[in-house]
Design a protein around this ligand. Sequence first.
Ligand SMILES: [Zn+2]
Length: 341
Amino acid sequence: MRDDKWTLRGTPRSKSLIFLTQCLLCLVLLCLLFLSESNAFAAPKPPSIRFVTLKSGVYLYLDDVARFYGMSTKVEEKEITLSSRYTTVKLAIDSRVMTLNNVQMHLSRAIMQNGKQLLMGKSDFTNLMEPVLRNKTLPRRKVRHILIDPGHGGKDVGAVSGNIYEKNINLQVAQRLAKKLQARGYRVSMTRTKDEDVPLEERVNIAKKLQPDAFISLHCNSASSSVTGLEIYIATPAGDAPTNDNHVSKKACPANAFNTDNAFLAFFAQQAILLRTGMEDRGIRRRRYYVVRNVPFPCMLVEMGFISNKEELAQLRSAYRQEQIADALTEAVGRYKDATK
Ligand SMILES: [Zn+2]
């Protein structure tokens, strides 16, 4: 009986409690709906970037780009510096070179002055600047398997200096890099593990078969004996010009599916090698190299130095320099893995 009484007394109270709770919940939900509609909880929207379409392509207002990243703009003669606490971007009017946190990147379009406005190619913003400055713009990936491509081999000796062949240095660095990546838990494959001929088409086919998460091609450069420095090559986006000319190709290549990945990988590889070696920075460049164009995975081709320069050749042959480069590339792969998680 006691229980019944308690139940009878209790029921209306708990019913009213439930009703009250429901009302409160509805109120909270309505408030949430209102607040989210009014963007009270959303992060402040970054300022929009104005653009202009000219004969040579689509350009963005550089002032807007600077504001977008919270950077100030300083113009002295033709030199432009955009800077914030952590980032410094150096550009120049009519120049196709950008220095981003002390790493050179070659732009597809020169910085332009159009009336009072300074303009930057939209593709240079999207495909070079954004991936480096905002990792969030990169696609999410699982980076586990790296395919290393030691350039040349067999009867294709590559660049030559006396009796020194490029193919051998490429393989030595590749083997060091493979060990370091494996030690960090990556699965590593190579397009060749000994001194053998592997045609370029075959290298691309190996990549297609193995489906790696990144493809790193290793080469040494050659020019006149005074030239030294580091270059990394990535695919030219469709509608852009490669670094060595102004010829725009509208046709996309398989590697263009990874333009932003390529820029990220190349930037951090270039930065890591420069910091370790103090080499001259010849920048991240675009060129229509066969593997760079046709590997349908994130891909870069590293020109590790000039074997046509006496000092650089001696360094490239040393275990010390080879280890520095392998360490730097391992670090770049790690950064890529973290940034795309
Ligand atoms: Zn080569």
